[in-house]
Design a protein around this ligand. Structure first.
Ligand code: ADP
Ligand code: MG
Length: 320
């Protein structure tokens, strides 16, 4: 099978056809019509085998996650995802593998009504996936990292540290109960991008970021871009039952602060918008926890709710 037959068979055969796609897979470029009066939000992320996912990861999970991490970036801007491009570098043509990859990829694409509108297929030794996702936003409403204000409350969605714990299990560094293993492997391999949460934060949140490198590092980006500091109460960090039952309280806090790959949203809201937030989030299934407050004084001040300082590190994953 040559690349053109592969593209036709696996990538062009998706079910979803959006009205705003004027020309999709098959020409030299896709032609798209954004809704009038909106701005585009664009992002791209590459996943390299052995770097961004263990070499043992299933094709389904690679397909799912390569899209999920991009939709998570759009969610962190409050954008509505619409169109995606997919570039794959394959060490060999294995149709079963491609089929399972597409199954994972399109399951998530369909869940968020995003259409694959083009891409590239190349051959090289190292498996690598690059997804580029585009969405849209009402003018001037994007959730930026730079607009957190002093006294804003800091929130985080879902639970933290699960994906990092999942990675230790995959790497055979830890053995957990089978229920806990199942729960955290889902969080590691199939994170749910917080798209509805991001959309509902428009007009409420002052800043937002998705937690991909660890809460300490990612909240650090908000603080730096907003020129603020924060107090975070480490015993408020939301933890799953699996993390709680598998780790000591200190280990759990460390993982929640430094573990990557959770793809939850961390966001700030003015203190008088708490009721608005609860009302906006009432009908979506998305836990959210207030973990601290933005301060005028720079730096991330980690402490317990009783005022005792936390002495561990908050640094997360870095590629370089
Ligand atoms: P070109 O040579 O013009 O760059 P290609 O031969 O790479 O075009 O691709 C042909 C068409 O198939 C294009 O519309 C391209 O966007 C699409 N395409 C290629 N690879 C993929 C893929 N992995 N997923 C989706 N569409 C793809
Ligand atoms: Mg061309």
């Amino acid at each position: 099978m040559n690349e053109f037959t592969l593209i036709k068979k696996f990538f062009a055969a998706q079910g979803l056809q959006r009205d705003d796609v004027n020309c999709g897979i098959g020409d030299d470029a896709a032609i798209l019509t954004p809704p009038p009066g909106h701005q585009l939000a664009m992002t791209t992320d590459t996943l390299v085998s052995g770097v961004h996912f263990p070499t043992t990861t299933s094709a389904y999970d690679i397909g799912y996650k390569s899209l999920a991490v991009n939709l998570s970036d759009l969610a962190a801007m409050g954008a509505t995802p619409a169109w995606v491009l997919l570039s794959i570098t394959l060490p060999k043509v294995d149709q079963q593998w491609i089929e399972a990859f597409c199954d994972g990829f399109f399951t998530l694409a369909n869940r968020y009504q995003t259409q694959l509108v083009g891409g590239d297929l190349t051959h090289a030794d190292q498996l690598s996936i690059t997804v580029q996702a585009t969405g849209w936003l009402p003018q001037q409403q994007a959730l930026l990292r730079s607009q957190a204000k002093t006294n804003d409350l800091i929130y985080v969605s879902g639970t933290l540290g699960d994906a990092a714990l999942g990675l230790t299990v995959v790497q055979n560094k830890q053995t957990l109960s089978s229920a806990a293993t199942d729960e955290i492997l889902i969080k590691l391999n199939r994170p749910e991008p917080r798209v509805s949460l991001g959309q509902r934060l428009l007009n409420i949140a002052t800043a937002a970021i998705d937690v991909s490198d660890g809460l300490g590092a990612d909240l650090g980006h908000i603080l730096e871009e907003s020129n603020k500091g924060a107090i975070v109460y480490v015993d408020r960090l939301p933890l799953s039952p699996s993390v709680k039952e598998s780790l000591t309280p200190e280990e759990a806090i460390h993982l929640a602060l430094t573990g990557g790959d959770d793809y939850e949203l961390c966001f700030t809201i003015p203190p008088n918008k708490q009721a608005d937030l609860e009302q906006q989030l009432a009908d979506i299934d998305c836990a959210h926890t207030c973990i601290g407050v933005i301060t005028e004084k720079s730096g991330l001040d980690l402490q317990y709710q009783n005022g005792n300082p936390y002495h561990g590190t908050a640094l997360g994953y870095r590629h370089f």
